[in-house]
Design a protein around this ligand. Sequence first.
Ligand SMILES: Cc1cc2nc3c(=O)[nH]c(=O)nc-3n(C[C@H](O)[C@H](O)[C@H](O)COP(=O)(O)OP(=O)(O)OC[C@H]3O[C@@H](n4cnc5c(N)ncnc54)[C@H](O)[C@@H]3O)c2cc1C
Length: 502
Amino acid sequence: MSETTYDLIVIGGGINGCGIARDAAGRGLKILLAEQDDLASATSSWSSKLIHGGLRYLEQYEFRLVREALQEREVLLKIAPHLIHPLEFILPHDRHMRPAWMVRLGLFLYDHIGGKISLPGSRTIMFPDPQYSAGLKAVIRRGFFYSDARVDDARLTVLNAVSAREHGAEIRTRTRVTGGRREGDSWLLTLRNMRDGGETTARARGVVNASGPWVKHVLDDTLNIDTPAAVRLVKGSHIVVPRVHDEAHAYILQNPDKRVVFVIPYEQKYSLIGTTDVNVHSVDEGHRISDEEIEYLVGAANRWLAKRITPADVVWSYAGVRPLYDDGAANPSEITRDYVLKVDHQHGKLPLLSVFGGKITTYRRLAEHAMQELKPFYAGLGGSWTGDELLPGGDVEDFEERARDLMPRHLGLSPPYLRRLLWRYGSRVDNVLKGIRSVPQLGHLFGEGEHMLAEREIEYLIRNEWAGSADDILWRRTKCGLHMDAAERERAAAFIESKLAR
Ligand SMILES: Cc1cc2nc3c(=O)[nH]c(=O)nc-3n(C[C@H](O)[C@H](O)[C@H](O)COP(=O)(O)OP(=O)(O)OC[C@H]3O[C@@H](n4cnc5c(N)ncnc54)[C@H](O)[C@@H]3O)c2cc1C
């Protein structure tokens, strides 16, 4: 058994664990992050993929959350311009909804509560409109425009881990924390290698429990810490269907049950529709979309959209569990989406900080708050920095210019393919394509067109981004899996697994 002492061990490689690891490493702490599966393999790749203030949270008086989230939208657009992009929303309106003046008031608040915004403000739109009524039923005569942003959630998580590593953190995937206790002047944690079952121990001056839906399990069963704080597991599901309209905007649709459902253009050819709110008792219960949820989402879309969809149109779906802080609300849609940090310590030493709740959108601020909570335990801890340093690959100011610049250097590769890689890797596309001038140099190829997955990219992801299985590459580091048929996916998966086995 080998043993190293860290300043902080972070349990969980979702957005919150990776965000905290990044922030803490940049402040000079020696960090180990342990993730039992792949980075972003749980809630952080199951989201609606929005960087948003959460318009509907205004109705629940979650002003703190909405303000912070809108401020973060600005920061994240700046530090990850390759992964986060503005998205226009249309909220169609009819007489069964809350009155138009009330919607306008809410949108006014949404435009202003976070301070200065760089995205276009909200406005009323009368239909038909040449652009914004695309996809809507003709009977709908009025709607509202507002702005938010979208994100590649899994890549945002991985890039926080990459940045953490570049600031000195050690990231171990497929490593589960199976036990831990305070012993002498440190925490002693047991780590299991999920590939070979081997166990090691590691010591640390503090622990962060960022295990998302497992937060209570880690507290109760792994670390044996008693806390009254509880988590509510609320499943949310999404369906992906062939695109319901050709314009770039998303819809936010009001349902008779007062919930909203998003319809978001997704991966060029598709629309992403979600989500649901279903109470579950365990993470395992939340892994698969149910037939009722599919019916619910299809019904929500058909209520407003001209192109009728049916369950048979669903080409992909995913479901995941929100780890919400239990504030006692009965209705799962009304449980707070804000985060709560709980610190347990032993006579002012050996802290354990646990994360309850949180949004992808607020992960960076959550990490800053976590650092504030931990400051008393780490003398001389540095100040906030993560809002000023670009995430890896983010140093691309003008994407079109950069794409044009790539073309002569990789003459044999198609411009749409180069552009796709540029959006995925930002300036680090140069590392992916180093020395490549023609298609055959890319090695084995899977899929086609701009969504092609090349052996060169697979190698890059294994070497630089902890890819450790076919799913890590086909569904998280890229979405190439969505663009392949089943046979091609199987061929790609077999190839990736054989590469990993070498
Ligand atoms: C349906 C849905 C839609 C959403 N939409 C949005 C949205 O549009 N915008 C937004 O901002 N937010 C959204 N969210 C919220 C957001 O996705 C989550 O709040 C966020 O991803 C939580 O991240 P996390 O790091 O806390 O948890 P997770 O991503 O679940 O990470 C926890 C990690 O801990 C690991 N782990 C657990 N136990 C151990 C252990 N013992 N040892 C080692 N590792 C362990 C797990 O494997 C997991 O990877 C949505 C959530 C859902 C479910």
